[in-house]
Write a new protein. Structure first.
Length: 258
């Protein structure tokens, strides 16, 4: 169900939007875990690369703790470290730095895959295709520790032909909700920010950032991440919430003109 959480006078009408930016993880895709021991083969591969010995499960548990420490630091600082810095400073600080740095991209991918597979929501591709055909330009703005993971997932999902720009924290060096990511996005497509909408699933990242950057509208897809019943700071209150991506087709009509 489409819900308006703020006065309509406070944001631009959907039909006046030119570019629709999406979040990737959580919004267009969702995690699909493979059970308790899912990550063990990936942990073992990481151990082999860095020369670690011992219990694979214990090694994996330590990696998860190190990753949580990085996320806490990154969310506070709004900084995204390079794969090399993240792996040497946080994920694998106790192993040979030269080996970790040389293999940082592979180590990052292995650890990301240890968390489970991310599956595209069944409605994501049809909705993006329909919005594109209605005359909206499409972009992605995503927090990601890898430079290759999200582009590969978008290509595999068949979304690439509709994407005009892809802004990733692993490239910009800053993370949502830093408005710099959203500023770069609108600069890349050469529009005023008030003509852009951002669609995400987490208000603390996906509302505050675009609002600080002057986006005309923001929409939150309500998933298990949505803080239902919790009072949000003004900067994090979405303009509109939807329960399913298909509802975006009711929000954004066919654009006039060629």
């Amino acid at each position: 169900m489409i819900k308006y959480l703020r006065d309509k006078n406070l944001f631009i009408s959907p039909e006046n939007i030119e570019v629709i930016f999406f979040d990737k993880g959580g919004t267009l895709s969702k995690p699909v875990t493979g059970g308790k021991d899912w990550g063990l083969p990936n942990y073992k591969k990481i151990m082999d690369i860095v020369g670690a010995v011992g219990d694979v499960a214990e090694f994996g548990e330590q990696l998860v703790k190190n990753d949580k420490a990085y996320k806490k630091w990154a969310m506070k600082s709004w900084i995204e470290l390079s794969e090399e810095e993240r792996c040497t400073r946080f994920l694998l600080p106790d192993y040979p730095k030269d080996i970790v740095m040389i293999n940082a991209e592979e180590l990052t991918l292995l650890f990301s895959r240890s968390k489970g597979v991310r599956e595209l929501r069944s409605e994501a591709l049809p909705v993006i295709k329909a919005l594109f055909e209605r005359g909206y330009r499409i972009g992605i703005i995503s927090n990601t520790v890898s430079k290759v993971l999200v582009p590969g997932e978008l290509e595999e999902a068949g979304i690439n032909p509709y994407i005009e720009t892809l802004i990733m924290s692993s490239i910009t060096g800053v993370r949502k909700p830093d408005p710099a990511m959203f500023n770069e996005a609108v600069l890349s497509v050469e529009i005023f920010p008030e003509k852009a909408v951002y669609i995400g699933d987490q208000p603390n990242r996906d509302v505050e950032g675009p609002r600080r950057a002057g986006f005309g509208l923001n929409v939150i897809l309500k998933t298990s991440n949505y803080p239902e019943g919790k009072e949000l700071p003004d900067l994090q209150v979405p303009d509109i919430t939807v329960d399913n991506l298909m509802e975006l087709l009711d929000l954004f009509p066919q654009k006039a003109g060629p």
